[in-house]
Design a protein around this ligand. Structure first.
Ligand SMILES: Cc1cc2nc3c(=O)[nH]c(=O)nc-3n(C[C@H](O)[C@H](O)[C@H](O)COP(=O)(O)OP(=O)(O)OC[C@H]3O[C@@H](n4cnc5c(N)ncnc54)[C@H](O)[C@@H]3O)c2cc1C
Length: 507
């Protein structure tokens, strides 16, 4: 019950779900002075947020769907995120190669890119450009040359770790007084006179349950939305259409990002440079099972490699190090999965539950602002959001560009100070990696790191190395055991669970 004691008292709002959207809502609401509880059943950012392509993008594809409002909102948000989280979000150049496509395609592309520039009239990123075949061959030596005519270029942005983007929202929410717990699952609602008066919460790690009293409840559980809604009260109709998307991390073949059509079925997909890989994705197939069971099937991997190898023949023999799967939560509508809008909906019911349906990482801050505006209105409060201007914790001061800075931003200084104060923490976790023992201890003391996988995948980038950080797992577990007082059995169990996970994502 030690952890649950943080949830005592009456909250203005209980936010269920610590993905990027729930974390963003908790941050905005806490910064406006509301009493906030954020409840996440696993680790922050471990759901769909971790299964994404990791782009902060308007989405050229959504222009095709004529979703101008979504594209404009996301292009505005892209600019805001580049400003408030410069250590995590950075510009990325995309190329759209032309082969023998007809005139119609080329005109469509030019109009699309012109519109993209128009809709991001206030951007800091460069505008569209065009390259000839020879120049392109120099820029991208592995790109298939046969029939290559040239390419159009445009800019979007990339976030190496949406997991840490989520965490920084949680840290800021906590800094402004929010109670935030990971491994805290909402199991039901407390109902008084037809209204939800709070939620019941189970501590997944230590056991024990408690009731969390709240005047309003926000359901921000992404692909779990319908399942959680059914726990909160009658929920006759599903709101979501859930689809699975996978990615593969391959030997690097490209320097710029590519948005290309699959020769297999004509779908748009990406080949992106990410942490030294070519990161290829994604698929889009209906998936109705429990979201945490989504995984890349051999057939999904084959489809992506075959599609990408059409443009980068070297991929045919390249190594696929590991795979990743996520489940999209789309507003339920008929049609092919790829044609369903990525716009979100916010629905408030009479019982005092606000549900966030759909959305993208790119738009998370704006969605959080809209939800918090609604919360304030329902509570009779008039407080404005400041998250479009206020930097996230790691972006508060300018900092250099070292390895630690790319993870923590200006908070890297705190990690270094810890390593100086306790010199044995200044040692690397393994001679092969730059990661320090201080990072593990820092993440336990200051970033709610509770499990080995939390550190490997969501506090550091170790889990994204070709060996998924296997060489450092024992050291990470040892440092965590010392900090958290784990028994030898618990430490071994943590190592085993992480290693099992690395096997599951092997292609
Ligand atoms: C393949 C793929 C690629 C994508 N690429 C991009 C991209 O490049 N750019 C972009 O902007 N968007 C992208 N998206 C969309 C984006 O990832 C999602 O919109 C976003 O991550 C959703 O965040 P969320 O917080 O709503 O959901 P999640 O991140 O899934 O968070 C929901 C959380 O709720 C928790 N939860 C569930 N049940 C309970 C309970 N009972 N109690 C407590 N907590 C609970 C879960 O554990 C989970 O952490 C992509 C999505 C997919 C699937």
């Amino acid at each position: 019950m030690r952890r649950l004691s943080e949830l005592a008292g009456l909250f203005d709002v209980a936010v269920i779900g610590g993905g990027i959207i729930g974390a963003g809502i908790a941050r905005d609401a806490a910064r406006r002075g509301l009493r906030v509880a954020l409840l996440e059943k696993a680790d922050y950012g471990s759901g769909t947020t971790a299964g994404s392509t990791r782009l902060i993008h308007g989405g050229l594809r959504y222009l095709e769907m004529l979703d101008f409002r979504l594209v404009r909102m996301d292009l505005r948000e892209r600019e805001i995120l580049l400003r408030v989280a410069p250590h995590l979000v950075r510009p990325l150049r995309f190329l759209l190669p032309f082969y023998g496509e007809g005139m119609h395609y080329r005109v469509k592309m030019r109009v699309g890119l012109a519109l993209y520039d128009l809709l991001s009239f206030d951007k800091s990123l460069p505008s569209r450009a065009f390259f000839g075949a020879e120049q392109l061959a120099e820029m991208e030596p592995e790109l298939r040359r046969e029939g290559l005519r040239g390419a159009a270029a445009y800019y979007d942005a990339q976030v190496d770790s949406p997991e840490r983007l989520t965490l920084e929202n949680v840290l800021d929410a906590r800094g402004h007084g929010a109670a935030a717990l990971n491994y805290a699952e909402v199991t039901g609602a407390m109902v008084r006179g037809g209204r939800v008066a709070g939620v019941r919460v189970r501590d997944v790690l230590e056991g024990g349950e408690c009731e969390v009293r709240a005047r309003l409840v926000v359901n921000a559980t992404g692909p779990w939305l319908d399942r959680v809604a059914a726990r909160l009260g009658p929920h006759p109709r599903p709101w979501l259409r859930t689809t699975k998307g996978i990615h593969v991390a391959c030997d690097p073949v490209n320097r710029n990002a590519f948005a290309v059509r699959s020769p297999v079925d004509g779908r748009l997909f990406f080949v992106i440079p990410w942490l030294g890989y070519s990161w290829v994705g994604t698929t889009d197939t209906d998936f109705e099972d429990e979201p945490s069971r989504a995984k890349a099937e051999a057939e999904d991997v084959r489809y992506l490699i075959e599609s990408a190898a059409y443009y980068f023949p070297a991929l045919r023999g390249a190594r696929v190090y590991w795979t990743n799967a996520g489940v999209r939560a789309l507003v339920r509508k008929p049609g092919s999965a790829s044609s369903v809008t990525r716009s979100h909906r916010i629905v408030a019911d009479e019982a005092g539950v606000i549900s966030v349906v759909g959305g993208k990482i790119t738009g998370y801050r704006a969605i959080a602002e809209q939800v918090t505006d609604l919360v304030c209105r329902l509570l009779g409060q008039r407080r404005r959001s400041d998250t479009a201007e206020a930097p996230l914790p790691g972006g508060r001061e300018r900092c250099g560009q070292g390895y630690l800075e790319a993870i923590y931003g200006c908070r890297a200084r705190e990690v270094r100070e810890l390593a100086e104060r306790e010199p044995e923490l200044g040692r690397p976790l393994d001679p092969e990696y730059p990661d320090l023992a201080a990072q593990v201890v820092f993440s336990v003391r200051h970033e709610q790191c509770m499990r080995v996988a939390d550190f490997m995948l969501r506090r550091s980038l170790l889990g994204f190395r070709p060996d998924q950080g296997a060489r450092a797992v024992a050291a990470v577990a040892e440092w965590m055991a010392r900090e958290l007082g784990w028994t030898a059995g618990r430490k071994e169990e943590e190592i085993r669970a992480y290693i099992e996970r690395t096997r599951e994502v092997k292609p």
